[in-house]
Design a protein around this ligand. Sequence first.
Ligand code: ADP
Ligand code: TRP
Length: 323
Amino acid sequence: MKKRVLSGIRATGKLHLGNYLGAVKGMLELQDSPEYETLYMVADVHTITTPYNVDELRKYRKEVVIDYLSCGLDPEKSILFLQADVNEHLELAFLFSSVATIARMQHLPTYKDKVKQYPKDNTMALLNYPVLMAADILIYKADLVPVGIDQEPHLEVAREIARKMNEKYKTDFPEPKRFETKGQYVPSLKGEGKMSKSVEGSYVNLTDSQDEVLKKIRSMPTSSKAGGEMSPDVKSLFDLAKLFLSNISDFEKKFKDGSLQFSQMKDELAAKISEELKPLQEKRKEIEKDQAHVDKVIKEGTEKARAIASETVLEVKQKMGLG
Ligand code: ADP
Ligand code: TRP
């Protein structure tokens, strides 16, 4: 039997370069591997764990599927679906919550960050975020998860839950591992932290025009002058540029000898990013014209996902004494 791959992206906005390089590129690579059966979802239920707008969620859960298709995820090769359409994820998450302690969940850096960001919305759903993510992965008994490095603490929780369930109830969950990509950590355009949908001004969207990309890259802060130590913002620029420019060592040399013109480097970087985005944007235009096709892809993907997911839930309920 083929090993399985599962990944997802929350429906909090349009995809950006961080999502593309950290997650989608890995999804694409694995979809073409004959060793794996690949399942890719939109993590729309995870979206409700922090404050959100109902109309936006409704819009973005489909937009992310359109982004997936534009990037080259192929319904002939991968099962594409929306998490909320496969109820079994929620069912398994509740069953899993019986082996996950509150103390462990409260300790996660991702949880602490969100509580800091939304102190009034420290909800049960937020605390349960990693448990639901473990259910997303383990419901398909997936071995491999293409996600950025920021998701590693969540994968650790999924492995712990798999071990506990296997020990206590004799299930056969694998311990899922992260599938790494070169772009596992794409820096923010603001000079510190990672590129993220939740930080305004930190990202380049996959749908950004050439002008928008140029404007955003030109506005990246560069506080140190060429020649000295690299300031964190200059380092961010170089880290981003490394993912796109093959002549990055020339720019590094120029930085060292003091002759680097940031504007020239930024313009080259922006041009390279736009070049990479162009085919995705063209494909997006075609896909947007045929919404019925997108709906069909989602419907068919959901049916396939449910067939697998319902078997796992049945098995777990039986082993836990609930069936
Ligand atoms: P965001 O942080 O923008 O809300 P998500 O949390 O929805 O993005 O992440 C979706 C996927 O994209 C995850 O696999 C995550 O690891 C990856 N990802 C998000 N931001 C980055 C980044 N800056 N660099 C690399 N991967 C990222
Ligand atoms: N937590 C992931 C993120 O923020 C999204 C996600 C939810 C996910 N369920 C998943 C990723 C299962 C991989 C596998 O990016």
